[in-house]
Design a binder for this molecule. Structure first.
Ligand SMILES: Cc1ncc(COP(=O)(O)O)c(C=O)c1O
Length: 507
């Protein structure tokens, strides 16, 4: 490892050229001391040269940001813009803007930065000859995979495959991953109904498929849950039920939605009621599986409904779903696009459930920086080539990056670390909730690493005020404040966050 780290200096010229023009925190990222694995066990920082606390110099957006927004607005829709960032100056857990503000980032690109901005280990991977080749010689993977694609998969994506799933279909985004998984599910079901992989399509199937009619385009569905979010492409959007604004004006499949448990907090005070609520949801799920006019081929569920408001359910609820899917010979797809890659204190959130048999497919993206679905059953490979196919079918550059992320996670023991930091943060928030019960309601995420959220009666105001005190926080659903720090978030960051939240609550 030491010699690996020493090679960091080889990448310096490129970043120095950049620094000559733009004074930048990141320019010296590679000269900085590397995150030490000792930090995972104690109070040493992973990023020894991170700012000691947020720096707030101007209102946000400040004058430079306003100028950049004005320029951007002419060519790009800026109405969803949260803040203008300067990624060259961002470092570790801190995101910088062009006005010199440097915020502690517990939103992390919508839960998608795993190991810190300008992480030196990732900079090494990003500047390697292997990466350069992957970027400029991007293969159409289904047709022309590179000679070492199996090695890249085995030492990267597949090295963290959920237990029982040893194959992967790679894709571009979370929505893409889900849609690919849905398609695999439909082809699996029709193959079963047809009598196996060797039974050919009928003429009727072939002609009706071209007319978007059954049986070639069969009346089958994917069951999802109320307030679920599975993406915004056409198929995935039909399973998304978080907000109407995502769905309005878009034609959708008539697919079923089951209720997702609405748990009451604190959980220990409502154990019986919550168990009854989960049973109600399981019963309704089973009814829909049996009665929906287009029979569900799969159930897709998030381990924690994220965009839809950070809604949790117990491990027993998810075990119940697995039992139902087995009972009715349909597939269980777990959407780990947001929960995956360590943030819940397990590499995959569904590891918290102790399932007797693994999910049929697990989809991933975000912190993985690549995307796709894991599976184990060979029958989930369609019976003919080109049925599950597209030009890129993933991206070796992104797969190489995920491999470096995995190495960094392992080197710094970041999953275990996140479980510990999460408990520390949760306890601090529980203390704040006692002191400010009107500010922190329905605190959730205990034992789920840093995947923590609560409801707030003035959520948007809290998020806005957070920027003014140097913290970038996101929301989810209508009123949840959601924390999605990186895996390199540490206790001293948690202390800073708690102290800033208290300032907001006191204001
Ligand atoms: C659980 C879940 N699934 C799917 C998606 C869609 O991913 P993408 O935006 O990469 O298409 C998201 C995005 O937030 C998500 O949280």
């Amino acid at each position: 490892m030491a010699s690996f780290l020493r090679t960091a200096s080889r990448t310096l010229p490129a970043t120095r050229r950049f620094s000559a023009q733009t004074p930048s925190i990141a320019t010296i990222a590679l000269q900085r001391r590397h995150a030490s694995s000792a930090a995972a066990n104690g109070s040493q920082p992973f990023f020894p040269d991170e700012p000691v606390e947020p720096i707030v110099k101007t209102q946000i957006p400040g004058p430079q940001s306003k100028a950049a927004i004005e320029k951007l607005e002419k060519v790009f829709d800026t109405r969803s813009l949260n803040m203008i960032a300067d990624y060259g100056r961002s470092y570790g857990n801190y995101i910088a803007d062009p006005d010199g503000n440097v915020l502690l980032d517990v939103y992390a690109q919508i839960a998608s930065i795993p190991v810190g901005y300008n992480n030196p280990t990732l900079q090494l991977a990003a500047t390697s000859p292997e990466m350069a080749s992957a970027i400029i010689n991007r293969p159409a993977l289904g047709n022309f995979p590179q000679h070492d694609w199996a090695d890249i998969l085995e030492t990267g994506i597949l090295s963290v495959a959920p237990k029982g799933l040893d194959q992967v279909f790679t894709g571009q985004s979370g929505s893409d991953a889900n849609e690919l998984a849905y398609k695999a599910a439909f082809m699996w079901k029709r193959q079963q109904q047809r009598g196996g992989a060797n039974v050919d399509f009928s003429d009727h199937e072939i002609t009706s498929a071209m007319n978007n009619q059954s049986p070639g385009a069969p009346e089958l569905s994917i069951l999802s849950f109320k307030s679920a979010f599975h993406g915004r492409l056409f198929g995935s959007l039909s399973t998304t039920r978080s907000k109407p604004i995502h769905k309005l004006d878009i034609p959708a499949f008539d697919w079923p939605q089951a209720p997702f448990p609405a748990l009451k907090y604190p959980l220990e005070d409502f154990a019986a009621e919550n168990a009854a609520e989960e049973q109600r949801c399981l019963d309704e799920t089973e009814r829909l599986i049996k009665e929906w006019h287009a029979p569900p081929t799969a159930v897709v569920v998030e381990p924690i409904q994220s965009e839809g408001g950070d809604n949790h359910a117990s491990a027993s609820f998810f075990r119940g779903l697995r039992t139902l899917t087995k009972k009715h010979n349909i597939l269980f797809i777990v959407d780990e696009v947001q929960t995956g890659v360590g943030a819940t204190g397990q590499f995959w959130a569904h590891e918290h459930w102790n399932l007797e048999s693994p999910p049929d497919m697990v989809t991933f993206s975000k912190k993985a920086q690549t995307a796709g679905y894991y599976y184990g059953n060979n029958d989930l490979r369609p019976n003919k080539p080109y049925r599950q196919f597209n030009t890129w079918m993933g991206d070796p550059a992104r797969a190489i990056l995920f491999r470096a992320i995995i190495q960094e996670i392992k080197r710094l023991d970041l999953v275990r670390h996140t479980a510990a930091t999460g408990s520390y943060l949760y306890d601090g928030l529980a203390r704040l909730a006692e002191k400010y019960p009107g500010e922190i309601m329905n605190l959730r995420g205990k034992g789920q690493g840093t995947f923590i959220a609560w409801d707030s009666g003035r959520r948007d105001e809290v998020l806005k005020k957070a920027k003014a005190v140097g913290v970038n926080i996101g929301g989810s659903g209508e009123r949840a404040v959601r924390l999605r720090p990186m895996l390199v978030f540490q206790k001293h960051h948690a202390d800073l966050l708690l102290e800033r939240l208290e300032r907001i609550f006191g204001s």
